[in-house]
Design a protein around this ligand. Sequence first.
Ligand code: HEC
Ligand code: HEC
Ligand code: HEC
Ligand code: HEC
Ligand code: HEC
Ligand code: HEC
Ligand code: HEC
Ligand code: HEC
Length: 418
Amino acid sequence: MRKGIIAAVMIFRMLLVSAIISGKVESASPDSGYAGSQECKRCHEEKYAGWKTTMHSKMEQEPVWEGSDKNVLGDFNSKDPALTFKPEDVDMLIGSRFKQRYAKKIGDDYYMLPAEWVVSKKKWQSYVPKKDWWVSQYPADWDKKPASRLCEGCHQTGYDLETKKSSEKNIACEACHGPGKEHIEAMNKMEGDKKSGMMPKPSEYVKDTKIINPANLERERANDICFQCHLSGKSLDNKTAWPVGYKPGDVLSKYWIDDPYENGKETYTFWHNGTAHKNRVQGNTYKFSKMNKQGVKCFACHNPHGAAYKSILYKSPNNLCLTCHGSGSVFGEKYSFDKIEEHTHHKPASSGSDCIECHMVKTGKHAVDRESRDHTFKFVSPTETKKYGVPNACNNCHTDKSVEWAVEHVTGWQYFNK
Ligand code: HEC
Ligand code: HEC
Ligand code: HEC
Ligand code: HEC
Ligand code: HEC
Ligand code: HEC
Ligand code: HEC
Ligand code: HEC
């Protein structure tokens, strides 16, 4: 009986989804300056195709319950008591990598249903925000916490808090390049001029538009583009969980205060030593790295227009690190990475020789476990586990060994200084 109803609902939804795909695509109000990634695609096809493979392009989706485009990961036939809602409640879903959450549309806003699917464990768990700073401002009920104020600005592009409409329900071109209508008009004019026999220089036309190329910005302004979403904090007026009004090129701190690091104290955001305590704090933790201070931008490692490697890296992790840290570079000489085992004390082909396993330790809680990689790039020593309980590099792999075992081994290492 229940199955029959679900099947009927699914068919209805599939029809609904195809109606949306075929025709009615939500678009921004005409004066907002946003054009949409479809428009950019016309002239930047390669960038578009690459971006489509990244998770930025798949953040918020209409649920598809069956077929090759199925995007609902949660098992809605489960008897798990945490699952308290039905497929017909789900109007939108968020995420696909660590966890998936589900939202119901009520009036003109969305509300997060009270259970989430843990991707790695294939199980449900209840979703009740408890530690976010805004929790005290809202009643406990799930249907009293509007996504417009608490989520949308970081999961959509060009979201308008007044109209509750956006240009796109994903992190698209204009989230990082700024509104692009003016740029398109200028480039259309250039194409026109070309047709009428002129030999236009693209740079002359680009110059007068506000399109932002992050590569041309200084380090802080460039990283602010990523930080608008990847830096845990709160708005200046204490009312929204995302930086309303910020656009690429702006100074983010005019809209946003990042969570403070209280030296030596464990908080929701940080471990005592400044490493990631939760997910989505890449900006907060990267600020401590020497790489940040030396001008290495987030997109020195991450490629916004391609997912050839995990987490949209430009290269596989060790190759990436060794581009700058390999022999010949300052660190290369100091640590002789051409004989990698002298630095790592593991065989070269061992997972124990992967830079990120010791320098980007999984210390941050995401769905259930500590799955989120720290971006302070600090080696997290087992001595710190003894003192503060922070997960260390060694025991994350050597789970059958004690912390004392790890301390004993690492203490004798040539470069270890803690
Ligand atoms: C009508 C064609 C056309 C469309 C549509 C278009 N662009 Fe461009 N864009 C260009 C050309 C041509 C250049 C200059 C390339 C060069 O310098 O060689 C350019 C340059 C750029 C640059 C680099 C700017 C700089 O200062 O270095 C960015 C970023 C960019 N476009 C983003 C976008 C985005 C985002 C969209 C969609 C909102 C878009 N473009 C739509 C043609 C277009
Ligand atoms: C998550 C942020 C982000 C998103 C989303 C994004 N870009 Fe970019 N884009 C960047 C950054 C950072 C650079 C500078 C570094 C580089 O060249 O990769 C850049 C550079 C560019 C350039 C100029 C560089 C060149 O090679 O000419 C163009 C054009 C461009 N992007 C177009 C697009 C288009 C079109 C889309 C959407 C389909 C898009 N970008 C989506 C961050 C982003
Ligand atoms: C300040 C920006 C911001 C706000 C506000 C925000 N998010 Fe996110 N969210 C992100 C970023 C950035 C990530 C990816 C970061 C990571 O993996 O560490 C993310 C990841 C997620 C994921 C996991 C996606 C996956 O594939 O595993 C879910 C689910 C999610 N957010 C739901 C929500 C909900 C629900 C809200 C509102 C209650 C919300 N977020 C508010 C920026 C934000
Ligand atoms: C408008 C908000 C927003 C902006 C701007 C943004 N991100 Fe993200 N980013 C997210 C969210 C949300 C996710 C989670 C997507 C998911 O899991 O479905 C994410 C995921 C990622 C991931 C994992 C993606 C994957 O495909 O594996 C990386 C890496 C990342 N972001 C880096 C960056 C960098 C670097 C920049 C700046 C150039 C940036 N982001 C700008 C919101 C944003
Ligand atoms: C684009 C070049 C570049 C890449 C790629 C790069 N690094 Fe770095 N790294 C630097 C620079 C520059 C410094 C700072 C040197 C200094 O000031 O002494 C640095 C410093 C460091 C440090 C010192 C601690 C600190 O505070 O940051 C560690 C550890 C480190 N890098 C690890 C890595 C790992 C792991 C990777 C690969 C995931 C990597 N690096 C990739 C350029 C790079
Ligand atoms: C098995 C663990 C392990 C692996 C794998 C590892 N390192 Fe290290 N690394 C260390 C330890 C321990 C130190 C000493 C730092 C300390 O005690 O805080 C160190 C120090 C460094 C430093 C200097 C940090 C500073 O603050 O001056 C850099 C740079 C570095 N490693 C880069 C790399 C790169 C690049 C790789 C991959 C080729 C790598 N490491 C792989 C354990 C490791
Ligand atoms: C020196 C290189 C480097 C820099 C700089 C860097 N990252 Fe990463 N990042 C990585 C690596 C390596 C991974 C893990 C790749 C994997 O999944 O195996 C990663 C993973 C991520 C993820 C996926 C979530 C997770 O916990 O694994 C996000 C999101 C992300 N980075 C965002 C950022 C942002 C935002 C910045 C700038 C504040 C940044 N990164 C700076 C190398 C870097
Ligand atoms: C990413 C996983 C990983 C990490 C992180 C790691 N190891 Fe290992 N370790 C291994 C593997 C796999 C072996 C098996 C032999 C090999 O491949 O070198 C090993 C072997 C060893 C051995 C020799 C064999 C034994 O069991 O007695 C010691 C000692 C050791 N590791 C200590 C450490 C210490 C100390 C750290 C932290 C600084 C560490 N490892 C971090 C994966 C890891």
